[in-house]
Design a binder for this molecule. Structure first.
Ligand SMILES: [Zn+2]
Length: 390
C-alpha cells in the first residue's frame, strides 16, 4: 500500500510523483535527487482529484519511506495535522495579498522534522494579481527545503511566469468503471448504485460519492434534471429559475452552517469566552471583537463562493443533460451520463434538432459566464430558462 493508492485512474501522474518522491529522498540523504524540484503545479478537470494528488505527494515527501501510507508521518499528512505541511485555500472568492504574504513567511521556516516544508496552495487560480506576484517571488527564490504544490484547473489559469517555474502534473477525468469500483470497494456502495453515481457524476469522484451516499443529493439532481421537461411557458421558466437559485442557496447554507459554527466557537474559546456566553463581544479579551468581526466577514465571503459553486454545478448538470440529447440526435455510441432518464432524453432528442440542442448548451454556458461576472443570479438564470424553452 502507498499514499498514491487513493488516486483513482491517475496512473501516469502517480508514476511521475513516485519517482519524484524517491528523488526527494535522495536529496535528504545528501544526494543530487534529479527529478525533484521546488514548485509543482497540479492541474486537471474538477473532480479529478488535484488536491488529493498534491496531498499524497506531500505525504510521500514527508514520509521516510516515500509515502508508505501507514506510518505516523503519512497519517498526519492525510488527516491534515502534520507540522510541516501547510495547506491553504482562499478564504473568500480569492486569495488576498495579505493572506499570501503571511503564508510565504511561514513557508520560509525550516522543516521541524528535518525533511521538507510543504505548502499546498489549493485553487491557485484564485490568487489576486498582487497575491500572484507575491507568490511568484517566493517561488523564484525558494528556501532549500521548501516545496510549493499549486493546484488549478488548467495551466492557463496561472500567470505564465508562475507556470513556467513549476513542474506540471496533469490529472485526467477517471473512467466511469474506475470510479464505480472505488465506490463499491471502499464505500461499500451496492454495484448498481455505484455505477449510476459514477456515470451521473461523469468522473467527479466527490460528486459521485455524494450521489451514492446522500439521498438529498440524488433528490436535488432529480429536481435539476426535471427542469427541461417543465419549461412549457414563460411563467414556468420564471418559476424554474426561482427554484434553481433557491435549491443552490439551500445546498450552500447547509454546507456553510457547519463550518461557521465550529470556527466561531473555536475563536471564542481562544479569546476566553464560553461559546454559549451571552453578548457576542462582551467578555472577550482585547482584540477578540476585531478578530470575531474579521472571521464573520470571511465567513460571509466564503458563503458567497459556496453559493456560486453549487449553482454552477447545477448548471453543469443541465449541460450534461443536453449533451446526452445531442449524442442521441447524432446516434453517437457513447455512454449517457443520465442513462436513468433515457425516456425523457429520447423524447427531447426526437422533438428538436441538433442545432437547437447546441443553442441550449450555449445558453447555459453563457449563463455561467454571466454569473462569474457577478450578474444577479435570478436574472441570469431566468434568461437562460427562456432560451431553453422549446
Ligand atoms: Zn509513510
Amino acid at each position: 500500500m502507498t499514499v498514491f493508492d487513493d488516486l483513482v485512474g491517475q496512473d501516469q501522474a502517480t508514476a511521475v510523483l513516485s519517482r519524484a518522491a524517491a528523488a526527494a529522498g535522495e536529496v535528504i540523504g545528501g544526494g543530487r535527487g534529479a527529478g525533484m524540484t521546488h514548485a509543482w503545479l497540479f492541474t486537471g478537470p474538477p473532480g479529478s482529484g488535484r488536491e488529493e494528488a498534491a496531498r499524497a505527494f506531500a505525504a510521500a515527501l514527508l514520509c521516510p519511506d516515500a509515502g508508505c501510507g501507514h506510518c505516523d508521518q503519512c497519517h498526519q499528512v492525510l488527516i491534515g495535522s502534520h507540522p510541516d505541511l501547510e495547506s491553504v485555500r482562499p478564504e473568500g472568492l480569492s486569495y488576498s495579498v495579505k493572506q499570501t504574504r503571511e503564508l510565504i513567511l511561514r513557508a520560509a521556516g525550516a522543516p521541524t522534522q528535518g525533511r521538507w516544508r510543504v505548502i499546498l496552495f489549493e485553487d491557485a487560480d484564485r490568487a489576486t494579481e498582487s497575491a500572484a506576484n507575491a507568490l511568484l517571488k517566493a517561488i523564484e527564490e525558494p528556501p532549500p527545503r521548501t516545496v510549493w504544490l499549486l493546484c488549478a484547473p488548467a495551466p492557463d489559469d496561472l500567470m505564465i511566469t508562475i507556470r513556467s517555474r513549476c513542474r506540471q502534473v496533469t490529472l485526467t477525468t477517471p473512467a466511469t468503471e474506475a470510479v464505480a469500483h472505488v465506490l463499491a470497494t471502499r464505500d461499500s456502495v451496492p454495484p448498481d448504485l455505484a455505477r449510476f453515481a459514477a456515470r451521473a457524476a461523469q468522473g467527479h469522484i466527490t460528486r459521485a460519492r455524494a450521489l451514492a451516499l446522500d439521498e438529498g443529493a440524488r433528490t436535488r439532481r432529480e429536481a435539476v434534471l426535471g427542469i427541461p421537461r417543465a419549461l412549457t411557458g414563460v411563467g414556468e421558466c420564471v418559476a424554474a429559475a426561482e427554484r434553481l437559485v433557491k435549491t443552490a442557496e439551500e445546498e450552500a447554507a447547509a454546507a456553510t452552517a457547519a463550518l461557521n459554527d465550529n470556527e466561531t466557537s473555536e475563536l471564542r474559546r481562544l479569546y476566553g469566552e464560553g461559546s454559549t456566553g451571552k453578548g457576542l463581544n462582551r467578555g472577550l479579551v482585547r482584540g477578540g471583537a476585531g478578530a470575531l468581526k474579521e472571521l464573520e466577514d470571511r465567513q460571509k465571503s466564503r458563503a458567497t463562493r459556496i453559493k456560486r459553486d453549487s449553482l454552477d454545478s447545477a448548471l453543469l448538470e443541465l449541460v450534461s443533460y443536453y449533451r446526452d440529447v445531442l449524442a442521441m440526435q447524432f446516434g453517437a455510441a457513447v455512454e449517457l451520463a443520465n442513462d436513468d432518464l433515457r425516456f425523457d432524453l429520447d423524447q427531447l432528442a426526437k422533438a428538436s434538432t441538433p442545432e437547437e440542442t447546441l443553442r441550449r448548451i450555449d445558453a447555459i454556458m453563457q449563463c455561467r459566464e454571466r454569473l462569474a461576472a457577478n450578474v444577479n443570479p435570478q436574472i441570469a438564470v431566468e434568461a437562460m430558462m427562456l432560451a431553453l424553452r422549446p
